[in-house]
Design a protein. Structure first.
Length: 123
């Protein structure tokens, strides 16, 4: 099952940092997203596109995950030669990820050290 079947996404950018939100269509699917879409797996999924770390923030009250991808835009809008300098297409790339528990990189139940349980700005 592709991620796009259970969630939608939005992307933003600032400098050389991309921000991708992943929002479950139904709250019942949030635990699956939380378990299978880890920061480590997102980093591996984007391969050479993301040169820095990936940090995941969990937003359980709205059934969403937010990923911050550092060094992901080839230097940023004013420096990158990429066609998509803002990284808007990164959300589509993420939504193509398989959620199957047997897919490469999936380790059910494993929590990454780059995961924040709550968004620190939500207080």
């Amino acid at each position: 099952m592709k991620l796009r079947e259970v969630a939608h996404s939005r992307t933003g950018d600032k400098g050389n940092i991309a921000n991708i939100s992943l929002i479950a269509y139904q709250m019942e699917m949030y635990p699956l997203l939380k378990e299978r879409v880890t920061a480590e797996r997102v980093r591996a999924w984007f391969g050479e596109i993301v040169q820095g770390k990936v940090v995941r923030y969990e937003l359980p009250k709205i059934g969403a995950l937010n990923f911050v991808l550092f060094d992901a835009l080839g230097g940023g809008v004013t420096r990158s030669l990429a066609l998509d300098r803002h990284g808007k297409s990164l959300s589509s790339v993420l939504l193509d990820m398989e959620l199957d528990e047997h897919a490469p990189g999936v380790q059910p139940g494993k929590q990454e050290e780059t995961t924040c349980r709550e968004n620190p700005l939500s207080t």
